[in-house]
Write a protein of this length. Structure first.
Length: 103
């Protein structure tokens, strides 16, 4: 299973009413059980960048377009019951097999 987020982080996210794209990304990735490391790889950024976005930091330029495209893919796969990932391997494999973002 992907490394769990801290209780403090999850509670902060739950109480965060921000419409920030990064916060929306965090909520979606938690629902889909996708590891931040794999999300970062799919988006071509560092894991630390993803964590900063999760906390509401701005997502700029082409990265915002990539995040929106990524979120569309994840939302569709959740709707098809192909997510959430049950293991870290499933998280990694999902990214490899389903995410090919070109912006």
């Amino acid at each position: 299973m992907p490394r769990p987020f801290s209780t403090k982080f999850l509670m902060g996210l739950e109480n965060n009413n921000s419409r920030s794209l990064g916060v929306q990304l965090a909520k979606l990735c938690i629902e889909a059980n996708l590891a931040a490391e794999h999300v970062a790889s799919a988006l071509g950024v560092t894991r630390m960048t993803v964590h900063l976005w999760y906390r509401g930091n701005a997502i700029r330029g082409n990265n915002a377009k990539k995040v929106e495209a990524f979120m569309d893919i994840v939302e569709n796969k959740l709707a098809e019951n192909l997510l959430p990932a049950k293991t870290l391997k499933e998280s990694r494999d999902f990214i490899k097999e389903n995410v090919n973002i070109e912006v």
